[in-house]
Design a protein around this ligand. Structure first.
Ligand SMILES: [Fe+2]
Length: 502
């Protein structure tokens, strides 16, 4: 085994796993699977299995064996294979078993360097023509230094088919000295720094349990790169070169999540939007609101991008029909891809879609869909034009639970409801003051719920006739063992858009 000087990232991972590591500990003593396992992107005949080897003395290339079984004891192994974990990709493993049975649960684990990983549970999607049900969790925004992750401990104990994580998996900031638990290192700028931050987040046992419990679907938002960045525009006047920053951040993102090998980023580009079908029940569309967007309208002084809260009359650029949140290609792809013959079309994306003005005359936060109202209209119009059924938009980003009707005319309370929205609160990131949301409710009658004072997630049960939604809240966000309770319930009928309180 060839030794070489230790990288900062490798040291970070090792330091996390064994904080008081003696300098000459034997390689065999290093935990090799300290970041857990994960699976994602279930298809009727396969999925992606993920892990990343850890330790300061890994060779350039390490063969990693994986196996997949019908049972937790691995007495009926149905597939196995080997992948090379390479230093250039942070020794991450992205195995893609194929030829599996549709609609079936499996167990998986990895072996390398004389050690075995924990086992994880995963499943294939139902066959395209199968009747199916779906149990789905929606989560986002897990800022490490803002709170503990009791929400993940709770989610890992549910019978979920899928977790949809819609962005802010890591935060790029350094932590203040008063933080509940501090980020290691400063502001993220380099590949090694992003890798170390993922390793820190993935050291959390509740997050590891949630990844091991079922497959995940993931999209990023801004903090996986930099707060509020827009496409190729940095947020700060003296910001880093966005191409370099995105290339580093995207690579670390791919290295740490169950994405397919074909999705490996090329420099500052990585395609994460896509869709998958869940039998005859649902088509799930995953969107990228961040990589292809135009800069926010009317950015703060001396900046070319960045969010602000603006009055409509002071910012005519807000309603410029040429501005896009998804980019023209993704907009077309979504409009052309609504499922015409399934009861549900679920759209997992980053942020709040429903209008949420804080004043009667129109005052909007420019980083969300309110900053791109013409693009929002185009999306909702395509739902009408293509007669897409059961459109339910799932979001995050705003650190508040929102449940809303989606409409083309927000000013007419009798205007038709086009789709339903569930935007889940943060796992741990702090929210705005609740009184601000309460005050805004009067101007937004389509908003059924707005709770920024809750941390947690949402859970959905779907069959062909009904969607049941649970709004979940953590009792004590600073306690990793905190109970989690259902704070509200809603139902949606796929033939009648609009969530109803249950
Ligand atoms: Fe966030």
């Amino acid at each position: 085994m060839r030794r070489r000087s230790l990288s900062l990232g490798a040291l970070g991972v090792a330091a996390l796993a064994l904080p008081r590591l003696v300098p000459h500990a034997r390689a065999a003593d290093q935990p090799r699977f300290a970041l857990g396992v994960a699976s994602g992107q279930p298809r009727p005949d396969g999925m992606v299995l993920w892990t990343r080897l850890t330790g300061p003395d890994l060779p350039e290339r390490v063969p990693v064996q994986w196996e997949l079984a019908h049972d937790e004891a691995f007495s009926q192994v149905v597939a196995r294979g080997s992948e090379d974990a390479e230093r250039v990709w942070a020794h991450s493993v992205h195995a893609e078993p194929a030829g599996l049975e549709p609609g079936r649960w499996y167990w998986y684990r990895f072996r390398a360097l004389g050690q075995a990983s924990r086992s994880g549970r995963t499943r294939t999607a139902p066959a395209p023509d199968a009747d199916a049900t779906l149990s789905l969790a929606l989560a986002s925004c897990q800022r490490w230094d803002h709170g503990h992750w009791a929400a993940w401990r709770h989610a890992a104990a549910q019978s979920l088919d899928l977790v949809a994580f819609v962005g802010d998996y890591i935060y790029e900031y350094p932590s203040p000295p008063t933080a509940l638990r501090r980020h290691h290192g400063g502001l993220l700028r380099t590949l090694e720094q992003y890798r170390a931050r993922y390793a820190q987040y993935k050291s959390d046992p509740a997050l590891q349990d949630a990844h091991a419990a079922c497959p995940w679907l993931l999209v990023w938002d801004d903090h996986e790169v930099e707060n509020d960045h827009a496409g190729g525009h940095p947020t700060t006047p003296l910001g880093a070169d966005m191409g370099t920053l995105r290339a580093a951040a995207y690579q670390a993102y791919w290295e740490h999540q169950p994405f397919a090998k074909a999705q490996r980023p090329r420099g500052p580009d990585m395609r994460i939007f896509g869709r998958l079908d869940w039998g005859r029940l649902a088509r799930i569309h995953l969107l990228d609101d961040r990589q292809y967007r135009d800069a926010q309208a009317c950015p703060p002084p001396l900046r070319s991008s960045g969010s602000a809260t603006v009055n409509l009359k002071d910012c005519p650029a807000l309603v410029d029909p040429a501005r896009t949140l998804l980019g023209p290609e993704q907009e077309r792809w979504l409009a052309d891809g609504w499922s015409p013959d399934r009861p549900w079309n679920l759209v997992a994306q980053q942020t709040l879609m429903a209008r949420f003005t804080s004043r009667a005359e129109g005052r909007f936060w420019t980083d969300g869909w309110d900053g791109y109202p013409a693009a929002r209209d185009r999306l909702l119009r395509s739902v009408v034009d293509r007669r897409a059924a059961g459109v339910v938009v799932l979001g995050g980003d705003v650190h508040a639970h929102h449940v809303a009707d989606l409409k083309l005319d927000w000013n007419d309370p009798r205007a038709p409801i086009i789709a339903s929205e569930f935007c889940g609160t943060s796992i741990s990131s702090h929210g705005r003051e609740q009184r601000l949301l309460d005050a805004a409710r009067a101007h937004n009658p389509h908003m059924h719920l707005a709770r920024s004072d809750q941390r947690g997630y949402m859970a959905f049960q779907l069959d062909s006739r009904r969607l049941n939604a649970q709004v979940l809240a953590v009792d004590q966000p600073d306690d990793p063992q905190s109970p989690v309770h259902v704070s509200a319930r809603f139902v949606v009928d796929p033939r009648r858009p609009g969530p109803q309180a249950a």
